[in-house]
Design a protein around this ligand. Structure first.
Ligand code: ZN
Length: 275
């Protein structure tokens, strides 16, 4: 009798959905399998199909906004008279690549900026701690890597805030910079970042490493476009990038470039639009 009464309760309990950790997030758009590994895999499947705006498209959008008299405060390039470059790594931390990436950067004595995703940070907080400890800058790439232009402003703000709170809980510091997934931004998205105390950062160079085009292609695309004040978009999680990164860094150093974090690049920026 008891067993019959208990059965429906046990059945109901076995069907309870395990929700992913993340007390910071009131709203979590996107559909993720609650099993952590599956979440990671589905994320990477989507990341590989990601359609990033090209630097030319971004520059054209900025020009259009300027012509319409809209001043959208964002950072796309540092001082074009200084031989400085910011390497930025999106979409981490990643259990298979972050440590190796940190080892390369340490060996090359290069400081970079990591635009991390909240749900990846929750999964591997130690990796973000290690990044910060080694002097790299941590930026915000939203909590669940959604296209922010598709969200109402308050939800875009929630995406950024959830990721910032998480970063602060690990590094002790709120991030000063954010990057919208895919580079999809508009005035509302940039304002949402500002509301959470961040400047939106885009890029001047996207070698497309997330699509695994081959190490030679990544190296050539990156080196062909090296330019003063440049911001290079790379990915933490792209294995080909690990293979080719030392070559890219050494080549750039030979050409006289110095690698800086985004905050150093911003402090010398002249191309930043008016706040
Ligand atoms: Zn991304």
């Amino acid at each position: 009798m008891v067993a019959i009464f208990l059965l429906p309760i046990l059945l109901a309990a076995s069907q309870v959905k395990i929700t992913a950790p993340g007390p910071h997030v009131a709203h979590r758009p996107g559909v993720f399998n609650p099993a952590r590994e599956d979440r990671l895999d589905s994320y990477w499947r989507r990341a590989q199909q990601e359609d990033y705006r090209s630097p030319e498209e971004l520059a054209a959008q900025i020009e259009r906004d300027k012509r319409r008299g809209r001043q959208i405060p964002l950072l796309m390039r540092g001082n074009p008279r200084e031989k400085i470059i910011a390497l930025t790594f999106d979409d981490g931390p990643h259990p298979e690549t972050t440590r190796a990436l940190l080892a390369i950067l340490a060996k090359e004595k290069v400081k970079a900026t990591f635009f991390v995703i909240g749900f990846m940070v929750e999964r591997d907080p130690d990796l973000v701690h290690a990044e910060a400890l080694e002097g790299h800058e941590i930026g915000n790439h939203t909590f669940s890597h959604v296209t922010l232009t598709h969200l109402p402003t308050h939800e875009a703000r929630t995406e950024y805030r959830a990721c910032s709170d998480l970063i602060k809980s690990i590094t002790g510091k709120y991030p000063a910079f954010c990057r919208p997934p895919g580079g999809d931004y508009d005035a509302r998205v940039v304002r949402a970042g500002r509301d959470v105390g961040m400047t939106t950062v885009l890029w001047t160079d996207d070698p497309g490493d997330y699509a695994d085009p081959g190490t030679g292609v990544i190296a050539q695309r990156t080196l062909d476009r090296l330019s003063n004040g440049g911001i290079v978009l790379l990915h933490d999680g792209a294995k080909q990038t690990l293979l080719v990164l030392p070559q890219i860094i050494e080549h750039a150093k030979k050409k006289g470039f110095r690698f800086v974090r985004v905050s150093e690049l911003e402090s010398s920026a002249t191309a930043r639009l008016v706040r």
